[in-house]
Design a protein around this ligand. Structure first.
Ligand SMILES: [Mn+2]
Length: 226
C-alpha cells in the first residue's frame, strides 16, 4: 500500500536528509511531504533543494522560506538574517521556483490529517488562520495568543490544548524527542542542532530517524549529543 510520509525540519542538513530518504526505502507510489524549513542554519540549503526535486517531495512552507520569499517578492531585505544571506548566495533559479510552490498546509480528507509547519491556535477555525501564525506558533500565552517559546517560556505548547480534529502533523519546535498528543504529533527533533531527522508514516504511525552527523548550530533548548 502506498505510504504518506511526513519529514521534519531539515535546515540544510543534506547528508542526513539523503540518508533518511534511503532508509525509508521509498516506493514510486509513496508520497513524501516535508514540513517546512528546508533551508538555513545547516551546511547545504541548495543540496537539500536538489534532493526534494530528485525525490519528487512536496514541502509545506516554513517560517524560513516565508521570510526569504517576502524579501525577494516584496523587497523586504530588512527582514533578512545573516543565515538568510548565506542561503541566498547558494540558491539557484530552480531552488527559488521550488520555494514558490510551497503551500501553507496540506489537508488529507481520507484520514482527516493536516500537515503544517508550526501549528494552529486551538479553539479557532484552523483553515483561516494566517500564514504567519501557522508557520511560527509554538506555544499559547496567558492571553490565548500564539507565541514563540522563547518569548513565553512558561506557556504551554499549542498542541497541549489542541483536541483535533483534524489530526495535526507539524515541525518547527525542536525537541529531543517527538511530541505525541491525542490530536497531533510534532516531529522536529532538531537535526541541525545535533539531534535527529525524523520521518513519520501516517498509515501505521511509525517513525524512522537518522542521527545528525554533528551539531551544525546551537540551541539553548537542545543539548548537543554526546
Ligand atoms: Mn520553523
Amino acid at each position: 500500500m502506498p505510504r504518506t510520509i511526513a519529514i521534519g525540519d531539515v535546515h540544510g542538513c543534506a547528508d542526513e536528509f539523503e540518508e533518511l530518504l534511503n532508509a525509508l526505502e521509498l516506493d514510486p507510489d509513496d508520497r513524501v511531504v516535508q514540513l517546512g524549513d528546508l533551508v538555513n542554519r545547516g551546511p547545504s540549503s541548495h543540496g537539500v533543494l536538489e534532493l526534494v526535486r530528485e525525490y519528487k517531495i512536496e514541502s509545506i512552507i516554513g517560517n524560513h522560506e516565508l521570510r526569504l520569499l517576502r524579501a525577494k517578492h516584496e523587497g523586504r531585505k530588512d527582514l533578512l538574517k545573516d543565515y538568510d544571506k548565506t542561503t541566498i548566495k547558494e540558491l539557484s533559479e530552480e531552488d527559488w521556483d521550488y520555494l514558490d510552490t510551497m503551500p501553507k498546509f496540506e489537508y488529507g480528507p481520507t484520514r482527516d490529517v493536516v500537515m503544517v509547519h508550526g501549528g494552529f491556535v486551538p479553539g479557532q477555525p484552523w483553515q483561516s488562520q494566517d500564514v504567519d501564525t501557522i508557520t511560527s506558533i509554538q506555544v499559547v500565552d496567558k492571553k490565548g495568543n500564539p507565541a514563540k517559546r522563547s518569548d513565553a517560556p512558561n506557556a504551554n505548547p499549542w498542541a497541549d490544548t489542541w483536541v483535533g480534529e483534524p489530526f495535526v502533523i507539524y515541525g518547527h519546535t525542536p525537541r529531543p524527542n517527538v511530541l505525541e498528543r491525542p490530536g497531533s504529533i510534532g516531529i522536529d527533533t532538531g537535526c541541525v542542532y545535533g539531534g535527529h531527522l525524523t520521518a513519520y508514516v501516517v498509515e501505521d504511525k511509525s517513525l524512522v530517524q537518522v542521527r545528525a552527523r554533528k551539531a551544525y548550530a546551537h540551541s539553548k533548548r537542545l543539548p548537543d549529543p554526546v
